[in-house]
Design a protein around this ligand. Structure first.
Ligand SMILES: [Zn+2]
Length: 434
């Protein structure tokens, strides 16, 4: 899942990947790193438990498990808490839990209308959120990269001063991304072609800055939503971003769906209205010309209304429209009705293809959940075939912050794959052999 670029040198990781050499030998240090990651991911998935139970559930020996836990504790990644009884027989053991309260990942979204930043620790606790309105299409690429680096640099300084270790920065951007290089290949709504986002920001932050990873915004949005659904037994999630562009993030069978070239979920340019209006991509009648932020604003308010002003934070503009909808504004309610029917039309196609358990309406759609969710649910129910799937429809609880929250998840994922990315704490109990 985590892939990305560290400055100019791109590197790819595979989850828990242990490579054997040609003779089939597995490097001992690699094996140890993989097993530490296994323990950390298991604790994240199932919660705190005793060493004995951890050993039994992971298939590692008790001695190896104890050694790996000592190493993880020495890096500040796990903690041993209260004493529990493991069962009817045996000595009581201490509960081992994910710690990482001083380990953080930073997520950033480069949106058409703003920059958003979320810093979260290894337990998922949000440490910091910043939103900065930015009219990206009317700025040069260098100006935007300057702003991103300034926002990230300010956060990194504050986090370091607060005693946090930032492991990576995960950047969400719209359009077609090359995760290996961290370049934005094509983002029509930003007017970007081949922009070196990761290397451009890394260069501005200077040496010593954490690695920069880049991924498409709905893919990071769905990771954040999926993390929030963990424990509900949900494995199949369809997340739709509502922005100037429209895109889907898809988790299928518990894994992020990327597709053969990473473009899975580029649903904003589905041809749903052949007699419709031209799209920024050069085609006509794309889904985002029906339900994107621009047609919504055009229908909801006259051109001189302040809700069109890019200098006002998008969240504030949506709150204004939300108040008008609650007050019975005919123009806003009619605009929402058009968005709801367009959403229902496209989602009925996607639900037939993907069979999700839950559909999450993100971005600006989330501000109008109680208007859009019933309408979309009714549209899906009306088209449902006998024995066909009927997913639950819900509005994102993270709203406009979902992609940057997902960026923080992506940044932290590297620690779950290779806990040795974090050096032992001074005075820690880490051991290097096991
Ligand atoms: Zn298009």
């Amino acid at each position: 899942m985590a892939s990305g670029a560290s400055g100019a040198s791109g590197s790819r990781r595979t989850a828990g990947g242990v490579r054997a050499d040609l003779a089939g030998r597995v490097d001992q240090a690699q094996m140890r790193r993989a097993n530490m990651g296994l323990i950390l991911r298991h604790l994240r998935a199932v919660g705190g438990r005793s060493r004995a139970r951890l050993a039994a559930e992971t298939g590692l020996s008790k001695a190896t498990t104890s050694s790996l836990i000592a190493d993880l504790a020495g890096r500040g990644l796990v903690t041993e808490g209260e004493t529990v009884r493991g069962g009817a027989v045996g000595r009581p053991g201490q509960t081992v839990e994910v710690d990482g309260r001083r380990v953080c990942g930073v997520g950033v979204e480069v949106n058409v209308a703003f920059l958003a930043l979320t810093a979260a620790d290894l337990q998922g606790t949000v440490l910091r959120e910043d939103v900065r309105p930015l009219d990206v299409p009317h700025l040069t690429q260098d100006q935007v990269l300057d702003e991103v680096a300034d926002l990230v640099g300010t956060a990194l300084t504050a986090l370091t001063t607060g005693g946090f270790r930032t492991v990576a920065v995960g950047v969400a951007a719209p359009g077609i991304i090359d995760p290996a290089s961290g370049d934005v290949r094509f983002a029509p709504n930003l007017g970007w072609h081949d922009v070196p986002l990761a290397t451009g920001v890394a260069k501005r932050l200077g040496t010593g800055a954490p690695p920069i990873l880049v991924e498409n915004d709905p893919k990071l949005g769905v990771l954040a939503e999926y993390a929030g659904l963990a424990g509900d037994g949900v494995q199949d999630v369809l997340f739709i971003t509502g922005d100037v562009g429209v895109g889907a993030g898809i988790v299928s069978g518990g894994s992020l769906l990327r597709g053969g070239s990473g473009l899975a979920g580029e649903v904003g340019h589905l041809a749903l209205d052949p007699a419709g209006t031209p799209c920024a991509c050069g085609r006509v009648g794309c889904w985002e010309t029906m339900i994107g932020l621009t047609p919504f604003l055009q229908r909801a308010a006259p051109a001189d209304d302040a809700v069109h002003d890019p200098a006002i934070p998008l969240g504030d503009r949506m709150a204004t429209l939300r108040r008008r909808a609650d007050g019975g504004s005919i123009s806003v309610l009619r605009a929402l009705d058009r968005i709801g029917s367009g959403l229902g039309l496209g989602l009925s196609v996607l639900v037939d293809i993907l069979d999700p358990q839950i559909v999450v309406l993100g971005g600006y759609f989330a501000s109008f959940g109680d208007h859009l969710v019933p309408q979309v649910s009714a549209a899906l129910a009306a088209r449902r075939m006998e024995h066909g799937s009927e997913p639950r429809v819900t509005a994102s609880r993270l709203g406009l912050m979902a992609p940057s929250r997902g960026g923080a998840h992506l940044a932290l994922e590297g620690v779950f794959e290779d806990p040795t990315l974090l050096p032992p704490l001074a005075g820690g109990t880490s051991r290097t052999q096991g």
